[in-house]
Design a protein around this ligand. Structure first.
Ligand code: ADQ
Length: 456
């Protein structure tokens, strides 16, 4: 079996007892199976040249991390990655911006990744690159003489051509992608968008009889590999977490009321202001829901170096304050807004306690919270998932979730009400249908399908 080299912008440090997020679980399990290296940025910036990889070996897995120059990192990460590509891929052209210097920093950081990774590679390695931060990495590795198979998985949506062409130099992005041997997207729609982009740019994009796609005289495997979660772990953790004092305290406090939960990174693509508006619409239109529902929103701050993220934080604080000021009663506050991350174990317990999971991104590659919420439910008395049609997860769960358009406040409000009134039988039917999806495609199946395609 050949060695796997996983590359992502950020390397998750070997977990010291703390459970890792979905992507880290997938990558770590893959690396355990075949042995190999996880290469990427270690979380520190430096002032001069990027450092040589720091190698930290744990059994068959070597964590190889580099420090990147601070100014360069700012242009690459806060700039091109998170102010250009992220809004573009999430169809947020109002937030999208482009600066040529940032684009150049992005290219240079990718070149640095390739230069630092190259000496660590062996002849029969297979390389698996993750996400929009590293689209040009295969091209850089190829020009450094790397001939090993290289796969790429895009965690975010791939935009329709009319959105893609907003990006100066989108041609180059497509050309860079064409240097991979396997390209994985979250959904069929993302695959279609990519192929349509190749065709519109005159770079190929036709599927041959063997299913491979032609692009720039190369033949590439392009498929949907919807990412998933460790379903067994989520189920076990959720059940165990119910016994913890934190979850029991919340249960006691909620009492006869119903808990509605939202858990997200504090990101404008997650539709949080719109979700708060929807909850407000519910309170306005259905006074009977007052005192009966409590909405707990947990939002962990991210990307604080990007202005749009600072802004959304203020918008949400104001909105929660406004709604609570208007509707609260001495013994009931409609929205509980927590602006930080919480432990995974506690999260799973909160999910299980919540009768309604509110997952309403304006656009999302997949959305693992939707999957975690379902897996965490008590099979005997499961809650209901209210899910945005614009999340990748909707393509898998379909109408087993209550699908909504996140921009339609009244539509979301009605769905919350429907969820809250749903019979046990219907909740169980929907839960079982969604669990079938999850058990048919957990994080291990996802990883295995991709690695089979890459030939690891
Ligand atoms: P994200 O945009 O980060 O991921 P998501 O898929 O929901 O979105 O994953 C977030 C993870 O962080 C989940 O495991 C969640 O439980 C955890 N999390 C979020 N907020 C938290 C909080 N406040 N406290 C504790 N934990 C929290 C990107 C893409 C997604 C895609 C994933 C994986 O944007 O579309 O599903 O990658 O490919």
């Amino acid at each position: 079996m050949s060695r796997l080299i996983a590359v992502s912008n950020r390397v998750a440090a070997p977990s010291g007892g703390k459970s890792a997020g979905g992507l880290a679980v997938g990558i770590l399990a893959a690396l355990k199976q075949s042995g190999g290296i996880w290469f990427g940025w270690g979380g520190k910036t430096c002032h001069g040249e990027p450092t040589e990889p720091k190698l930290d070996r744990h059994g068959e897995i070597t964590f190889a991390t580099i420090d990147i120059n601070e100014t360069e990192f700012d242009g690459y990460y806060n700039g091109y990655c998170n102010s250009t590509l992220w809004p573009l891929c999430h169809y947020m052209l109002g937030i999208f911006g482009y600066e040529r210097e940032q684009h150049e920093a992005y290219r240079r950081v990718n070149e640095t990744f390739a230069r630092k990774l190259r000496p660590l590679l062996q002849e029969d390695d297979r390389i698996w690159v993750h996400d929009y931060h590293l689209i040009p990495l295969a091209e850089e590795l190829r020009s450094a003489g790397v001939r090993q198979p290289i796969g790429f998985f895009l965690h975010v949506p791939f935009p329709a051509f009319d959105i893609l062409r907003t990006l100066p130099g989108y041609h180059r992005l497509l050309r860079s992608l064409a240097q991979y041997d396997v390209i994985g997207f979250q959904t069929e729609q993302d695959c279609e968008n990519f192929l349509a982009g190749l065709r519109a740019a005159g770079l190929g994009g036709e599927r041959g009889p063997d299913g491979r796609v032609s692009a720039l005289q190369r033949r590439i495997r392009v498929d949907a590999y919807p990412i998933s979660i460790d379903v067994e772990e989520a189920m076990t953790q959720a059940a165990a977490s119910m016994k913890t004092s934190a979850v029991q305290r919340l249960a006691k406090d909620i009492d006869e009321r119903e808990l509605v939960i939202g858990v997200d990174r504090l990101d404008y693509s997650k539709g949080l202001p719109e979700r708060f508006q929807a909850f407000q619409a519910l309170l306005e239109r259905h006074p009977a829901s007052h005192r009966h529902l409590v909405f707990l929103q947990i939002a962990s701050p991210t990307r604080s170096g990007v202005r749009a993220y600072e802004e959304i934080r203020h918008v949400l604080e104001q909105s929660a304050g406004h709604i609570n000021g208007r509707f609260s009663q001495p013994d009931w506050t409609p929205i509980r807004y927590i602006n930080r991350g919480i432990s995974r174990k506690m999260l799973m317990g909160y999910f299980r306690l919540a009768k309604i999971g509110l997952v309403t991104p304006l656009r999302d590659g997949m959305n693992l919270v939707a999957k975690e919420y379902v897996a965490a439910q008590d099979p005997a008395d499961p809650g209901v998932l209210v899910l945005s049609r614009l999340a990748g997860a909707a393509a898998e769960f379909g109408e087993s979730a209550l699908l909504v358009n996140p921009y339609d406040a009244i539509g979301v409000a009605d769905a919350i009400l429907t969820a809250s009134e749903m019979s046990l039988e219907e909740r169980q039917d929907r839960y079982r249908a969604m669990m079938d999806v999850l058990q048919g495609n957990d994080i291990h199946a996802w990883r295995q399908r991709f690695l089979d395609a890459l030939g690891v």
